[in-house]
Write a protein that binds this ligand. Structure first.
Ligand SMILES: *[C@@H]1O[C@H](CO)[C@@H](O)[C@H](O)[C@H]1NC(C)=O
Ligand SMILES: *[C@@H]1O[C@H](CO)[C@@H](O)[C@H](O)[C@H]1NC(C)=O
Length: 183
């Protein structure tokens, strides 16, 4: 009869012992002394046409081609990030992930991407971007929901402005201004 009670007694005793043994952690104890705010500026090259596209349609609905907003299409990208709007300017990273045409009323993307940086102190670090991108708006704001490497604990936002768009090919160059808190 007393068995369940005995079990709970030992369970709680054990849990409190485990809790008591955890050392106090802080950003400093993880080697992350001070939170800072950084501003990153670069250009995103979405190449959907030609022999070497960096963004490819991987899925669509039967109705997607008839939809003026391409509703239902899903694109996977490995797009270059460069210092300038010229695609031949210095590459600083890649935008790897996907975007889905998620609106029936306008061209509205759901973006889920990792920005992987390859230069200087940011080399090997990533930022995770997740949010809504109504591409026809002059400025779009997309949350930065996390990061790795120098961007541990990252939170912030990216401001996107279309620098160039070829309506025939669908290729685009987008200016990114990223403001991010991180340690
Ligand atoms: C970035 O890191 C990789 C892997 O550690 C290294 O091979 C590469 O040379 C680095 N690039 C720069 C520009 O520091
Ligand atoms: C736009 O794309 C079309 C089709 O790929 C191409 O023929 C044209 O040269 C492009 N325009 C510019 C300004 O690059």
């Amino acid at each position: 009869m007393a068995k369940p009670l005995t079990f709970f007694f030992f369970f709680f005793l054990f849990s409190s012992l485990v809790a008591a043994k955890q050392p106090r952690i802080s950003p400093t104890s993880l080697g992350l002394p001070k939170e800072k705010l950084s501003h990153l500026h670069f250009y995103f090259h979405d190449v959907v046409s030609g022999p070497n596209p960096s963004a490819i349609v991987v899925a669509e609905a039967q109705t997607t081609k008839k939809s003026p907003t391409l509703f239902g299409a899903v694109v996977v990208s490995d797009d270059a990030l460069t210092v300038g709007p010229d695609p031949n300017s210095k590459m600083v990273g890649k935008a790897q992930g996907m975007y889905a045409f998620a609106s029936q009323n306008e061209i509205g993307l759901l973006m889920a991407m990792n920005l992987e940086f390859s230069e200087g102190k940011y080399n090997g670090s990533t930022l995770s971007l997740f949010g809504r991108n109504p591409v026809r708006n002059t400025v779009r704001e997309i949350p930065i929901v996390g990061g790795s490497g120098v961007f541990r604990f990252a939170h912030g936002y990216a401001e996107l402005k279309t620098e160039w768009f070829n309506i025939t090919s669908g290729d685009a160059v987008v200016e990114y201004n990223v403001y991010v808190f991180h340690y």
